[in-house]
Write a protein that binds this ligand. Structure first.
Ligand code: PEP
Length: 245
């Protein structure tokens, strides 16, 4: 198994800066991307030795009158390497549309961030079968990456995280064999003749130390986006060990 990427999506956690620093020191590894809440960026960055820093979102303009938003250019200048875009929680709670996500991906790539685009179907779709899920994901990719090939981003700058919505935070991960099939499908859809991109595909949804091995044994899956388990030191350390074999 090649060393796989692990994106630690802390969401709106932990509550204290001291906890964020402690957690960072404990999970600081080369293949880890730590995505803390914005207020902890500077302190997390100051203690990182091996990991990369990621943001959980960034706005679609580099500067301007956009109250409350965070500029991708500012993030880049701060030493941020990665940005998660289009997470299903933002699509749901902040009503982010594919059009907004498309603009965010484009500007993130333009300023030199590695964009981790999240896609994935709801349960109602998956209940109809994997083919229905593939169609749903294909539509998201088509809209979210519209005109992206005009930018000619370096191929490694786009990462797709396949995160079936029903698997996020539910304790019910996808079947790794089906995840691998979806990953192949995503790569096939994005293959050079289509978008001139060869993105890595990650899996996200109730990843734990007990299931990560079976997920990452597939070559088509280059890593995982981990929510809940990335906040538990011992659990995440086990995940890092398995992903680093
Ligand atoms: C996520 O944050 O995208 C996620 C997959 O969370 P969890 O690992 O808790 O399911």
């Amino acid at each position: 198994m090649n060393r796989k990427i692990l994106v630690a999506n802390w969401k709106m956690n932990p509550q204290r800066e001291s906890e964020a620093i402690k957690l960072t020191k404990a999970i600081d590894a080369k293949n880890v991307v730590i995505c803390p809440p914005f207020p902890f960026f500077k302190s997390v960055k100051s203690v990182i030795k091996k990991a990369s820093l990621g943001a959980q979102d960034a706005f679609w303009e580099e500067r301007g009158a956009y109250t409350g938003e965070v500029s991708p250019l500012m993030l880049k200048k701060l030493g941020v390497d990665y940005v998660i875009i289009g997470h299903s929680e933002r699509r749901r709670w902040l009503h982010e549309t594919d059009e907004m996500i498309n603009k965010k991906v484009k500007v993130a790539l333009k300023v030199g961030l590695k964009a981790i685009l999240c896609v994935g179907e709801p349960l109602s779709v998956r209940k109809k079968g994997l083919q229905a899920a593939k169609n749903f994901v294909k539509n998201q990719l088509r809209e979210d990456l519209k005109n992206i090939y005009n930018l000619k981003p370096k191929t490694y700058n786009l990462i797709v995280a396949y995160e079936p919505i029903w698997a996020i935070g539910t304790g019910k991960p996808d079947n790794p064999k089906e995840t691998a099939e979806m990953s192949r499908f995503i790569k096939e859809y994005l293959k050079p003749k289509t978008y001139n991109l060869k993105p890595k595909v990650l899996y996200g949804g109730s990843v734990t130390s007990l299931n990560i091995g079976r997920i990452l044994e597939y070559n088509e899956i280059q890593g995982a986006l981990v929510g809940g388990a990335s906040l538990k030191v011992n659990e995440f350390k086990k995940i890092i060990k398995i992903a680093s074999k």
